[in-house]
Design a protein around this ligand. Sequence first.
Ligand code: GH3
Ligand code: MG
Ligand code: MG
Length: 632
Amino acid sequence: MKFLIKIYLFVFVGILLSMIYLYTLLYQTESKLNNNMEALFLKQAKEIASNISNHLHEYIHHDTYTELKNQPQLREQIEHSLTTAITSNYQYVYILYRDKNGDFHYLLDGSKNDKGEFGETFRVMSPKWDQAYDSQKRTIIHQTDVDILSLTYLQPFVVDGKTEAIIAIDFSVNFPQSIKEATKPMREILIYIFIAIGLLLIVLLYQIVLNYKIKKDSLIDPLTQIYNRHYLRDFLNKIRTNRYQLIMLDIDFFKKINDNYGHDAGDYVLKNVAKLIKNEVRTEDILVRFGGEEFLLFIKRDKNNDKLAIEVAQRIRKKLEKKEFDFNGAKINVTVSAGITLHLDHFKSINDAIKHADNMLYIAKREGRNKVIFIKPEENALRRNYELQEINDIKEAIENKDLFCQFQAIYDIENNYIVKYEALVRLREKNKTIIYPKEFISTIAHTAIYRDMTKVVLEIVLRTIQEKKVYISINMNFSDILDDSIYIMILNALQEQSQLAKWLTIELLEYEPLNENRIVKERLFEIKTYGVKIAIDDFGSGYANYDVFNFIPVDIIKIDASLIKNINKTKTAYSIVKSIAALAEELNIEVVAEYVDSKEILDTLKILNIRYAQGFYLAKPIREIEEHDNTF
Ligand code: GH3
Ligand code: MG
Ligand code: MG
C-alpha cells in the first residue's frame, strides 16, 4: 500500500515538474524571440538615426531651430528623406527640439499620417526625453502594451557640444502577440494534458483510497472493530518477535451470558470488553479478536520492564472484574482469564509462542478462572512445564484416538449375574502405559479437551451398546450436561437410535449446588423421557446431600467407596450404608455398592439387602465385553 502511494506521489511530482518545465520553456522562447526582435530594431533604428544625423550635419551649421525656420525648402527636403525611412514597422520618424520652457516642439516629421507641423508642441510622456536631451546619450523608451512590441529610439542631435534637437524613431510591431498566437495551440494542449492527467490522478487516488479502505475493512472485525485473524496473519509475517510480549485473553463462562441474556447481550459484552481492553493498551500494542470471545494482545516490549505484559493483563483483569455491563437493564459481570508468553523469541515459531500462551490460558481456566498465568522463570518452571507437557500429551492422545474405555461389570449379587457395565475412560500414552482418569481429569477439567474427551467416551459407549447389546453406565458431571454441544450430541444419539436409550445409564459424578440446577433438571428430565437411567455416583461421600432427590430424577444410587471399604470396620459406615439402603427402598431407587474387594464385604451387603455390587472381588475392568445374547 505504502509502495503504491510512493509511486503515486512520484508520478504526481514528475508530471507537475515537467509541466512547469514546459511552461517556462515556452515563456523563455517567447521572451527570447522578443529580445531578438528588439535587438534587430535597435540596430536598424541606430542606422536610420545616424543617417538622418549625418544628413542634418550637412545642412545645419549653428542654430538648428533658426536655420530650419528660415529655410522651408530645406525642411521639405530633409522631411522627404525622413519619409523614405518610414515602413509599416517604423511608422513615425521625427525630430523635436526643446524650448527654454522645457517643452518639446516638432522640427521635422517624416510621418505620412498625422504629420506634426514645424513648431507644433509635442507632449512627451516620459522623463527619458529630458534625460536623453541632457545626457546626450542614445535612449530607448519601452511602451508597456504587452501584445505589441513598441519602442521609441531617441538619438540627440549635437552641434558644437550643444543638444540642438532629438531624433525619434517609433517602432511598433505586434510581434509578441503573433508569438503568443503561434504558441497558443501548444499552450492549450499543455493545459488539456494537465487537466487530463489531473483527472487521471484524482481517479487513481480515489482507487488507491478505496483499495486501502477495502483492505482495511477486511482486516477489521465488524462487531468489535478490532483486528481479525486475517490481520494477524499479515502482522505475524511482518513483526520481529523479540519486540513483543503476548497475552491471550478469554472471557470466562461467556456462553452463560448468551444463554442467560441472549446473543445480543453477548455481542454487547464482547464489544465493550474489546473496547475496555483497547483503552488499557497503547497505540503500538496490537489487539486481535482471535476467536469467538478470545483475544490476542501483542504488547510492545519495554526494555526496562520485563513483566509489562503481566502488568497489563492484571490491569485488564481487575478493570473487568469491577466493571458492570448494563444491557437493557440487565447488569452483567464478566471476568477474563489470561495466558502470557513473555519471551516470544524463546520459541521455534510464533505459532508455538501463541500455543504457549494458550496453554497458560488453559491453566488459568483450570485454576478457577479470573487469573493471569505465565511461566515464572524461577521456581514454577518445572511444575508448569510438566503440566503443559501433560495437557499437550492428553490433547494429542485424544486426537490420535488413544483414548479408550475399560468396562467393569456390575453384578446382581442376589442372582449372581452381570446386569451392567460401567465404562471407565483410559488414556494410552506414547510409551503405551495406561493412564487412569484420576491422573489426568483434573488437569484437563474445564478445558475444551475435557469436552472432547466426554464426546469420545460417549461415542464408544453408544457403539458398544449397539455391538454387544449390554447395559452400560457412563460417567458425566454437571458441566457435561450443561454443555450445549454434549447435550445436543446425547439428544441426537437418543433420537436416532431410540432403542439404545434404555441400555444407557448416566452416572452423575459430582453434585455441585450450581445456579444452573434448573437447566440441569430440565435436561435430565428430557434425557430420561427416552428411557435413559440416571444414577448418582459416590453417594454418601462427605455429607450425603438428600436435596439431590428434589431436583434430579434419580433411578440408581451408587454408594461411595469410602463407606463400602469401611463397612466391616466402623459402625458408622455400616449404619450409613444401612440407612441409605433403607432410604433407597423407600424411594424405590436401586442401590449399587462400589469397591467390593472381598468376600466379607459382599456378605455384609447381602445381609443389608443391597442387590447390586461392583468391585475387584467380583470383576476387574476389562477391555472387551463378551457378546451377550440380550436382544433389543
Ligand atoms: P470458559 O470460561 O471456559 O472460556 O467458558 P466459555 O463459556 O467462555 O467458553 P466456550 O468456549 O465454551 O464458549 C464460548 C461461547 O462464545 C460459545 C459461542 O456461542 C460464544 N460466541 C462466540 N462468538 C460469539 C459472538 O460473536 N457473539 C456472541 N454473542 N457469542 C459468541
Ligand atoms: Mg470463554
Ligand atoms: Mg472459549
